[in-house]
Design a binder for this molecule. Structure first.
Ligand code: PLP
Length: 393
């Protein structure tokens, strides 16, 4: 059979972070960037769902607005966006199926084939893969402990007039766990205005902060409407409900709404209503506070294990929030080969870092996630990974 797939379909790539290798229950996996399931408030969600169906019956199962129900957008504006330091109303927001859809729409809206997308190097592999369909050129900007380096960004913008958007994850970045400094956030918003280029701020982890004070969003420094902020309930509540949002200036927002309409009409009405009912009855901030405690402990333990069980030469980031720790191994180690060995001999998994980069090479990095594994398994898995690493040092 010779199926003539579109050029677009040829760009689809399976995600390295959804590897079937990790499905073996004996394997302790630090690969998945998933939230801990036992933290999902199942009983409260059940109550909220029952309430909605009892109160609204069939109506709760009907189509609804493309932009999303007004009430949930009001809640997002007055709670989630306000906490990010962004003063907007429900009219500045449209819902998406997780922030992933907002990522994909951004390329759909702003990028033609051959245009350049600028992002941190490394960046979220799910975004790099989603953008690929639009056949862009990638320009990766180096980072340091304070996130994307703004001087490098400006150089890239000057050298590449065909750059059409900047994609950034300023809070506890996936994969490095790094956070952009406040000065750079201000500068990035200014750069968006100066070069008249959309800055897509993807911020799914910002509320999962384990120490210090949350930095205001890049969007909070946006004077002329060049920053588009993507948010989501996935990491702070339940990813299975697939509700995220885009906050953008009017002309851009209209394009996102039309992209949503032509793609899948709307988010699930029932999903939206369950979130509304949950937020009316319970306090989402209290839930976030509770889950932060668990993730903070896991992060602390994983860092402790790196210090105890790993060769001292290995460099690693210390994230103050989010799900990820990023490791730089010695150059001679190929993390993809190491993964095969880890799965087979040590029954432990991670994500090799190469796929997060916009250019080739970088085979000596790995991403570890501490969100999805309990403390006992973190200790056990890290010990196993440590002895495997020692055999290479
Ligand atoms: C940086 C980043 N953006 C977006 C997403 C997608 O999240 P959602 O479930 O909201 O689509 C993820 C998920 O891992 C992520 O790490």
């Amino acid at each position: 059979m010779q199926i003539r797939f579109s050029e677009r379909a040829k760009c689809f790539r399976p995600s390295e972070i959804r590897n079937k290798l990790f499905d073996d229950p004996e394997i302790i996996t630090f690969a998945a960037g998933k939230p801990e399931e036992t933290l999902f408030p199942v009983k409260d969600v059940m109550e909220a769902a029952k309430h909605v169906l009892k109160l609204e019956g069939e109506k709760a199962l009907q189509y609804s607005d493309t932009q999303g129900l007004r009430e949930i957008r009001q809640m997002i504006a007055s709670q989630r966006m306000k906490q990010a330091g962004v003063n907007v109303t429900e009219d500045d927001i449209t819902l998406t199926s997780g922030s992933q859809q907002g990522i994909e729409f951004s390329a759909k809206i702003f990028v033609n084939e051959g245009d350049a997308i600028i992002c941190e190097n490394p960046s979220y592999v799910g975004a790099i893969n989603a953008f690929k369909t639009y056949r862009p050129k990638y320009i990766g900007i180096p980072m340091d402990e304070d996130g994307m380096i703004m001087e490098e960004l400006e150089k890239a913008l000057i050298a590449n007039p065909n750059a059409r958007m900047i994609y950034t994850i300023p809070d506890f970045q996936n994969p490095t766990g790094r956070t952009m400094s406040i000065d750079r956030r201000k500068k990035l918003a200014e750069i968006g205005s100066k070069y008249q280029i959309p800055v897509i701020e993807d911020s799914p982890y910002a509320e999962l902060i384990y120490e210090g004070v949350r930095a205001p969003a890049v969007k909070s420094f946006d004077k002329d409407g060049w920053v588009v902020m993507l948010g989501t309930f996935s990491k702070i509540f339940c990813p299975g409900l697939r509700v995220g949002w885009v906050c953008a200036s009017e002309e851009m927002l209209q394009k996102y709404i039309l992209a949503k309409q032509s793609s899948d009409l709307q988010c699930g009405s029932l999903d939206e209503k369950i979130i509304i009912a949950y937020m009316q009855k319970y306090n989402l901030n209290e839930h976030v506070e509770e889950i932060r405690k668990v993730y903070r402990e896991r992060r602390d333990l994983m860092l402790e294990c790196i210090r105890t069980y790993f060769p001292k030469e290995i460099k690693y980031t210390i994230p103050s929030g989010g799900f990820f720790i990023w490791l730089e191994l010695k150059k001679e180690i190929n993390a993809k080969e190491l993964l095969l060995e880890a799965v087979k001999n040590a029954k432990v998994a991670f994500v090799p870092g190469g796929a997060f980069f916009t250019d080739s090479g970088h085979s000596n990095y790995i991403r570890l996630s501490f969100s999805f594994v309990d403390k006992e398994k973190i200790e056990m898995g890290m010990k196993r990974l440590g002895s495997l690493l020692y055999s290479h040092y």
